[in-house]
Design a protein around this ligand. Structure first.
Ligand SMILES: [Zn+2]
Length: 145
């Protein structure tokens, strides 16, 4: 049950990420953009990267992270005590890889298990050892081998 939920969520996130990437081709997509007068939080997609920016506005230039490297993480104190400026940037393929992990394992697990059981002369259905049995049939679950 929990495995199925993780699988479905992973697939949805994977499809969602691809959709955002294609939709945001040549333009940026905002997921969240809030501004309360002096503090701004923005999550967006741009140029095959996901970016998160939280900035305390000091009246200077807007230190956007478009020109930063693919992988970027910085946290620094602001003029306001207890408030931090945070910038985070990572490429799309990184999140696609993370979301693809579980579905990939789920797809590969079945064939791998059958292969291993066949090699060990076990029932491919239930894993019961068939060593020394005269009939090619599993006495545990009845599967013909
Ligand atoms: Zn069996």
């Amino acid at each position: 049950m929990i495995r199925k939920a993780i699988l479905i969520v992973s697939i949805l996130l994977f499809i969602g990420t691809i959709s955002i990437s294609l939709y945001g081709y040549n333009k940026s997509v905002d997921f969240h953009d809030s501004w309360d007068g002096n503090y701004n939080v923005r999550c967006f997609y741009s140029d095959w990267h996901f970016e998160y920016v939280a900035h305390y506005w000091t009246g200077g230039n807007w230190p956007f992270i478009f020109d930063k490297p693919s992988w970027y993480w910085e946290k620094r104190p602001t003029v306001c005590p207890g408030v931090w400026d945070v910038e985070l940037r990572f490429p799309v393929w990184a999140s696609l890889t993370v979301f693809a992990c579980y579905p990939f394992i789920a797809i590969v697990r079945g064939p791998l298990r059958r292969h291993r059981r066949r090699k060990r002369n076990e029932c491919i259905h239930c894993g019961y050892s068939l060593t020394g049995l005269p009939k090619p049939r599993c006495p545990e679950c009845g599967t013909e081998t």
